[in-house]
Design a protein around this ligand. Structure first.
Ligand code: URA
Length: 245
């Protein structure tokens, strides 16, 4: 998911310097340098932080872009889908730089998803060591018992290990419909984690929405809409990841 590197000829073409084919010729002719060293291999992979020089001219580094997106349900957190289903980047076709999702939300999950072209930022946000809080609204089948809340708060044993302590707030219990609406905040991002945490107690999740990611929320956005993060927001969330919540 994290396309941190790309082929040298693609990077040159994307910069607008020349076509990809001409870029390939320049590479094989030894006219391209990566970080000061001539690169003649066409498959050479480069990172966005690498310095590329073509015929003695330095290419501009790509501007970093950070987008907060309100992902609708029934959209895939990916940049493409071999079955032709809608993917999150379909909403940003007007953006010329390649952006990709930071972590993932399930197909049926809606809510806050970040997208960026900054691989280092993605690592920072998704690495288990950095504990960014993520808050979800969950609708589930059945009545959530006090003991179950306590279990979730304390940590439970899933097949891939114990969960970290969570914050759980029951918002509503509907006796007639036998459903519970609950908010849960977790600091991890394992696959289908929230669903599995409730399934552990036999509760099927019927609706799941991420409403907060660190200090960020969905205010002002409808499903399918996004906005660019301010430099200040990027700085704050970086600091949170590095120094804790
Ligand atoms: N937990 C889940 O189970 N699914 C998501 O999409 C996000 C968190």
């Amino acid at each position: 998911m994290n396309n941190e590197t790309e082929r040298l000829q693609k990077r040159i073409a994307n910069s607008g310097y020349t076509s990809r084919r001409k870029a390939e010729t320049l590479i094989t002719e030894g006219k391209v340098k990566v970080n000061g060293t001539v690169a003649t291999e066409l498959g050479t992979k480069v990172k966005s932080s690498d310095t590329i020089e073509v015929e003695g001219i330095k290419l501009e580094q790509e501007d970093k872009l950070y987008i907060l997106f309100y992902k609708p349900a029934q959209v895939i957190t990916s940049v493409s889908d071999d079955r032709g289903r809608k993917v999150v980047t379909d909403y940003f076709k007007q953006i010329k730089t390649r952006i990709y999702p930071v972590g993932r939300l399930d197909y049926d999950t809606s809510g806050l998803l970040l997208l960026t072209n900054d691989g280092e930022f993605t690592n920072l946000m998704t690495h288990p060591r950095y504990k960014i809080k993520k808050k979800y609204v969950v609708k589930l089948k059945g009545y959530l018992m006090r003991e179950e809340v306590k279990g979730l708060e304390h940590g439970i044993q899933l097949e891939d290990g114990m969960t970290q302590p969570a914050t759980v707030k029951v918002k509503n219990q509907d006796k007639d419909k036998n459903t519970t609406l609950v908010e849960i905040t977790i600091t991890e991002g394992r696959n289908r984690q929230v669903r599995r945490m409730f399934e552990h107690f036999g509760h099927q999740v019927t609706k799941l929405q991420r409403i907060e990611f660190g200090p960020l929320n969905l205010k002002g956005l409808n499903a399918g809409e996004g906005r660019v993060l301010t430099p200040h927001e990027v700085k704050v969330i970086r600091q949170l990841a590095e120094h804790g919540n």
